[in-house]
Design a protein around this ligand. Sequence first.
Ligand SMILES: [Zn+2]
Ligand SMILES: [Zn+2]
Length: 294
Amino acid sequence: MPLFGAHISTSGGVEKSIERAIELNCEAIQIFTKNNNQWNGKPLTEESIKAFKDGVKKAKIKVTNSHDSYLINLCSTDKNISKKSHDAFLDELNRAEELALDYVVMHPGAHLGKGESAGLKTLTRAFNNLMKETRGYKVLTLIESTAGQGSNIGYKFEHLKEILDGVTEPERFGVCLDTCHLYAAGYDISTKDGYEKTFSEFNKIVGIKQIKMFHLNDSKRELASRVDRHEHIGEGKIGRDGFKFLVNDQRFKNHAMIIETPKEDDFMKFDSKNLNFLKSLLKERIHVAHSAVP
Ligand SMILES: [Zn+2]
Ligand SMILES: [Zn+2]
């Protein structure tokens, strides 16, 4: 069974995410290690780090990851933004390593008119500098597939392949696939045929082993819209079937699957609703299997 979880608020301190994760029965969690709309954050305190790590162990959370700040654009050729992005991503790797997180999930960024190929090269160079500065770190950097909104790169499997081929320490990287982004980018995972085709194409181009975790979000917008709008699971354009294929896919039975669906004004209510819906799709499969036994 996949490790279901959610993006959890760290309001009040990173360690506060644990009690929320327990309430939601999460086996995996995603957090921001600082305010995601700011370049800088206060350093994590020793107490906070210890409380978080102890909490993860006690709550039996199996996979932990952070998501990088939305301001970071490692594709930028603007000196000022490029420096700020580098420093902020380095800070993120440091925080993740301190908290012993498994992964930092990041958006590959926007080329802002320089072209996709230039953007991919700038990003790869930025990664290589960052890896040199963080030798020996255990945390893996996961490149998130994007919807391809605006000039964002990372919406084609070929982009992910090019980045992974360009980095000097590929073993420190992997991919996080976001279902909403896949669909908005034109990969139709809502039908059985489309689902199979998407993953066989991914396997051919990038390699299925590169997938380390998933973001599970339905999409408010149409296939290939290139617009990133998350919807509650089963209520968007992907619909329940697409998620049924994914949660029952034996290739991903030990993968973390994190929801980033709308929380409205009540994360407990909406996150648990979405997580329960996903788990119900899983039971369906087990039920079918049992009834097939003579
Ligand atoms: Zn995502
Ligand atoms: Zn998104």
